[in-house]
Design a protein around this ligand. Structure first.
Ligand SMILES: NC(=O)c1ccc[n+]([C@@H]2O[C@H](COP(=O)([O-])OP(=O)(O)OC[C@H]3O[C@@H](n4cnc5c(N)ncnc54)[C@H](O)[C@@H]3O)[C@@H](O)[C@H]2O)c1
Length: 355
């Protein structure tokens, strides 16, 4: 039976890296006889500026009911300063499909990419489970006395027992499945007494269900310190929406930059999931053939794993590593190739490995 994938290239460099991601996907599908049905959607800043469309309900429902995966480029365009289209589409899927686990691997593929003096690729291999449906991103709040000296702006931080518990459990389940020894939970319970006391209490309770895994509680500021000083002891991190967003950019820096970081948005156990590189639409790079396509390539690997082919994720990652080692890559990671040429070099290596 065919598997259906909705493709939204997004804006800026999103369109460029998604074009290459699709080419990689098509190559793998042809060589491995995967029956993939790609549904290309015209949604993003161009469409929004043309007719005001963001994410029509009928399209959302068809994706929800018929698709196995969504492949999304980054959203964000200086011509849409309100960012309305990006929020509608991105949060439309994350919240609408209840994709509560934003899974962001932080794996450095080559010593040359590590910015740390004393730590190389072997020391940087962790995964962040970022809560993806709650926190300060739920858009509960408002502004009062706007534009006056007495202005008040509020974004509420929403933390439910159910929401906190399920992301904690997802992180422990991942650790158990992959033979990891410990799970770090990062919060700010010293300062945010109410919401983060819930995180800490739930963490201790959920941890009891996994006696073979060491639960490590850290304040998020200390986590940032440890990630830079010595990331080798960190295997699985679980944290809230805002902190997860921030620590994974720090994580991307440990991988060689945002051009190397892929991600998945999952509701474990459910069919439809969304895959996107961690990076944004990088307007200054757009249209210049400068964007690194490897974050989107690694993201395709994660999607193939979700579709039942984990060996293809490993294969793609090996080929990305080989490209980086051979300097067949873009400038941001030390090469001299453009987006198209780097992606072509990767496809050539993938084709050889697939036979
Ligand atoms: N999930 C998403 O759709 C998403 C995520 C982050 C930012 N954004 C949006 O993207 C726009 C730009 O945001 P930003 O500048 O903060 O973040 P960004 O990720 O676009 O860029 C940050 C930095 O990383 C570099 N970079 C990013 N991706 C790269 C790649 N593939 N290859 C080489 N270098 C790369 C950029 O040049 C820039 O220096 C904004 O509109 C923002 O809202 C969207």
């Amino acid at each position: 039976m065919s598997q259906r994938i909705a493709v939204l290239p997004g804006d800026g460099i999103g369109t460029e890296v998604t074009r290459e991601a699709v080419a990689l996907l098509e190559l793998v599908a042809a060589r491995r006889s995967l029956d993939l049905d790609l549904w290309h959607l015209d949604l993003g800043a161009d469409r929004f500026l043309r007719d005001g469309t963001t994410l029509p309900t009928a399209v959302f429902e068809e994706i929800r009911d018929t698709c196995d995966a969504i492949l999304l480029g980054a959203l964000g365009d200086p011509r849409v300063p309100s960012n309305d289209h990006a929020r509608d589409i991105l949060f439309g899927f994350r919240f609408g499909l209840d994709l509560y686990a934003n899974v962001r691997p932080v794996r450095c593929l080559d010593d040359r990419l590590s910015p740390l003096k004393h730590h190389g690729a072997a020391d940087i291999d962790l995964v962040v489970f970022r809560e993806n449906t709650e926190g300060v991103y739920v858009n509960v709040g408002g502004q009062v006395r706007r534009g006056t000296p007495d202005e008040i702006a509020i974004n509420e931080d929403i933390n439910t027992r159910k929401g906190v518990e399920r992301i904690l459990r997802a992180a422990f389940e991942h650790a158990k499945l992959h033979g990891k020894k410990r799970v770090h939970m990062a919060d700010k319970s010293n300062a945010m007494k109410h919401a983060h006391e819930l995180w800490l209490r739930a963490f201790r309770e959920v941890a009891r269900e996994y006696p073979d895994i060491e639960p490590v509680h850290v304040y998020v500021d200390a986590l940032c310190l440890y990630m830079v000083q010595d990331p080798s002891n960190i295997e699985v991190v679980v944290t809230n929406n805002l902190f997860g967003d921030i620590v994974t950019d720090l994580g991307a820096a440990l991988q060689g930059g945002l051009g190397m970081a892929g991600s998945a948005n999952l509701h474990p156990g459910r069919r439809c999931a969304m895959f996107e590189p961690v990076h944004g639409s990088a307007p200054p790079l757009a249209g210049k053939d400068l964007a690194n396509p490897f974050a989107a390539s690694l993201t395709v690997g994660m999607m193939l794993s979700h579709l039942g082919h984990p060996e293809l994720e490993t294969l793609i990652e090996h080929c990305v590593r080989d490209c980086v080692v051979a300097l067949e890559c873009t400038k941001d990671v030390g090469g001299a190739l453009g987006t198209r040429a780097a992606a072509a070099a990767l496809r050539a290596r993938v084709a050889v490995r697939l036979g």
